[in-house]
Design a protein around this ligand. Sequence first.
Ligand code: SF4
Ligand code: SF4
Length: 233
Amino acid sequence: MRKLRVLVLDVGGCEGCPIAVLRALPQITSIAEVYSKHLGNADLDQRYDVALVTGSICINDNEAIEKLRKVREHCEILVAFGSCAAVGGITRFCRGGQEPRPEHRVYQPLSSVVEVDYAVPGCPPAPQVVQTLLMSLMRGATPFLRVFAAVAKAKRLSGFDLLDDVVLSGLCIGCGACVLSCPTNALQMVEKKPDLIVEKCIRCGTCYVRCPRATHILLTRYPVQIKVLAPQV
Ligand code: SF4
Ligand code: SF4
């Protein structure tokens, strides 16, 4: 069986997500050849089975957008890996006018610019997700992939959405999974239900994807077509 060609491309994040992929290398080298690039050195004419793209895209940066579109054309499956790429994450707080690139003003999830097959929130996602994701794409394991395909359609999720959709609508079962998953401790249990400390929420979307009630809402709200890789021979 041939190995998957996997591109890891950062378009403008903090590098935490590429490092999560790096940490997954011992688990995936038997199934994948991994090529780690940034926009400046990416060989965009190569073909890849999977592109794991990290960071959000600045919609004032035409050059980056064109390169991202080219990556889209040259890969079978494009994964927005990490909260910035998947739902905007912390870069949604960008107000523009900042050095060293003051012309960069508005950052968006990758799905604002190109078709994204799967969006994986997490700041960064756990390295184990990389192996599970690649194995699922090879085997066509759809239940796992459906959630990430739905997040790609949702485009923006946060603790605010979790409160609106689950807690305030009475669907919360008080399991605490959202509180445990939040990287900034923006959620706390109050009388057996999560409450949001709004100043701490970086809109990374992790809590929404971890919540069993919210993921059910996602799957109902965004029915998706699952795309998997052709069998590797
Ligand atoms: S509450 Fe926490 S996990 Fe949820 S979006 Fe905000 S920062 Fe992310
Ligand atoms: S993960 Fe969902 S169901 Fe569990 S406590 Fe949080 S909001 Fe409630």
